[in-house]
Design a binder for this molecule. Structure first.
Ligand code: KG4
Ligand code: ZN
Length: 345
């Protein structure tokens, strides 16, 4: 493959994302300017099963990927010849789903003679903040809260991370999805709990907040809250008492947000930084945003987050990360493979 590295002022990247249940493609210039950001969601199909069915996801990515890429180019008003590199998510995620994007991107890069850049999905989520906040530069602290991951990282420089805390069991988004299922709200649960919580009392039920006693430990645990909600529902059912779903949703949500905000602010104190970015699907939660802004004001920390469309899975964020990898000369070869449990560091 002709790597033809071109590092001038304008680098046009075609990015592809297929790690879970969205087939997405985007055209991004210099990691910050989005010319198109096309997302084909499979949610309506997976909804029927109460969660993502990996085999179905892979098949649907195969069906959608070519058309989604073409739409991204059309919307950007460019052709394949105009792109400088192809960026693609190669992990973490569902292996079959990732493979569709990776194989497609490899074929494309090879046939066009353009460089290929592999992107870590989590890093992509963090980079969504660079699209939203054009002046944002590392170092800063980032709270990553998605369906599969919950991390607090210190981003020292582009591509350089220190993990300061992470979940020891369920991810925050996973807890939202499981609790939503428990109270009969359906999939995906996060947005539904967010909405229903507005009608509930967050102080109505005391759900546990897991904290760890080791010094400077910023880890999380969400499986206890999930079980506590299940126990509460079972207890109420046994007593034949009516369950106020809005109160359950609001109280659960508050318990999760309390620990996220507390640990995130603590991380800023430890690193003596005055900027925190939030990333991942749960970053679109309206109460989390409000609580983070409030805590930020009290602690003199600027709180940043991407618009909701850039919080959940999309390819624009992958295009942003790919640019910084490209600039460092991190070009993949045709042996690039899907790595379902790819780590950030
Ligand atoms: O980042 P993402 O799109 O996919 C992963 O990489 O995992 O995150 C999806 C997760 C799901 O668990 C979904 O329920 C959650 O983000 N989510 C939300 C909200 N919107 C999406 N959770 C809470 N409140 C929301 N508004
Ligand atoms: Zn994601």
């Amino acid at each position: 493959m002709d790597k033809g590295l071109k590092i001038d002022e304008k680098v046009v990247i075609l990015a592809i994302e297929s790690s879970c249940d969205e087939t997405a493609a985007a055209v991004v210039i210099n990691g910050r300017e989005v010319l198109s950001n096309v997302i084909s969601s499979q949610i309506d199909t997976h909804k029927k099963f109460g969660g993502v069915v990996p085999e179905v996801a892979s098949r649907m990515h195969i069906e959608a990927v070519s058309a989604v890429v073409q739409e991204a180019l059309d919307e950007a008003g460019i052709s394949f010849e105009d792109i400088d590199a192809v960026g693609v998510t190669y992990g973490p995620g569902l292996v079959g789903a990732l493979l569709v994007g990776v194989q497609y991107a490899k074929g494309l890069a090879y046939s066009l003679g353009k460089p290929l850049v592999g992107v870590n999905h989590i890093e992509g989520h963090i980079s969504a903040n660079f699209i939203q906040h054009k002046e944002l530069k590392p170092p800063f602290v980032c709270l990553v809260v998605s369906g599969g991951h919950t991390f607090i990282v210190h981003m020292k420089d582009y591509g350089e991370y220190e993990v300061m805390g992470q979940t020891r069991d369920d991810a925050a988004g996973e807890a939202f999805d499981k609790v939503a299922r428990t109270i009969g709200l359906g999939y995906p649960g996060g947005p539904k709990i967010d909405k229903l919580s507005k009608e509930g009392n967050p102080e109505a039920i005391k759900f546990p907040r897991a904290t760890f006693h080791e010094k400077d430990c910023l880890d999380f645990s969400f499986s206890g809250i999930k079980s506590a909600v299940l126990n509460y529902i079972n207890k109420m059912n046994m007593k034949n008492e009516e369950i106020n779903k809005a109160d359950v949703a609001a109280s659960f949500q508050k318990a999760v947000i309390d620990v996220l905000v507390q640990n995130a602010m603590e991380a800023c104190k430890i690193k003596k930084v005055d900027k925190i970015a939030i990333a991942g699907g749960v970053a679109s939660n309206s109460s989390l945003r409000e609580a983070m802004i409030k805590a930020g004001k009290n602690n003199n920390v600027e709180v940043l987050f991407p618009e909701p469309k850039l919080c959940t899975d999309n390819a624009a964020m992958i295009g942003s990360s790919a640019y910084y990898e490209f600039k460092k000369g991190k070009i993949a070869n045709l042996e690039l493979n899907a790595i379902p449990n790819l780590k950030l560091v």
